[in-house]
Write a protein that binds this ligand. Sequence first.
Ligand SMILES: [Fe+2]
Length: 241
Amino acid sequence: MIFKQLFEEVSCSYTYLLACSVTREAVLIDPVLDTFERDLNLLAELNLSLRYSLETHLHADHLTSASALKTRLGSKIAAPALEKLRCVDIGMREGEVLQIGSVLIHPLHTPGHTANHHAYMVDNGTQLMVFSGDALLIDGCGRTDLATGDAQSLYNSVWEKIFSLPDETLIYPGHDYEQRHVSSVAQEKQRNPRLGKSEAEFLEIMQNFKSPPPLQMAKAIPANLSCGKLGNENLKTAISI
Ligand SMILES: [Fe+2]
């Protein structure tokens, strides 16, 4: 399997490129519009054909490049089916595998940061990798105070769906703000200052969490409801929020 971790510095977002080394088919998990050209160049350099873009959730802090990739490369847009977005080609559901050559992607419904959030698990042949989106970050987790967020659901999701995996499972988060790249189930269980605590402590921490909304939220949410297309309709909504 070909694997690259890519970073977008304005929203500190990670995009992940996974590809089958035999068929040269690829998927981009959580691609960002600001780094669209970089991702196109990388796919060309590696001689890969993009089959899918794949969203973990409806992002509030950046615009997805899913629509732009589809227009340019003909890739299909995959995202959680529960979002019921008309722009999505493949609805991801827990229990249904997305296959790209020899790469098998297993969706895990992990509500809490958003109600329809999914993490994705891949077995690279020697280790399990979880692309945890904003459910579980390194020494942290996504906020639960926006729109469909819910702290109790996030605690249950992480403990039932991610911390139940083998200790050596690698965790690749949706964001990092301190240039960290990867963690593991064992490390997060031991030292995550939020999710490594008891349920009651976690709920108290998240209840006391205060932070302004993401800078790009007014533009990102309406655009991402159309898989990153910022058409006239979305512009009107974005301006009125
Ligand atoms: Fe998020």
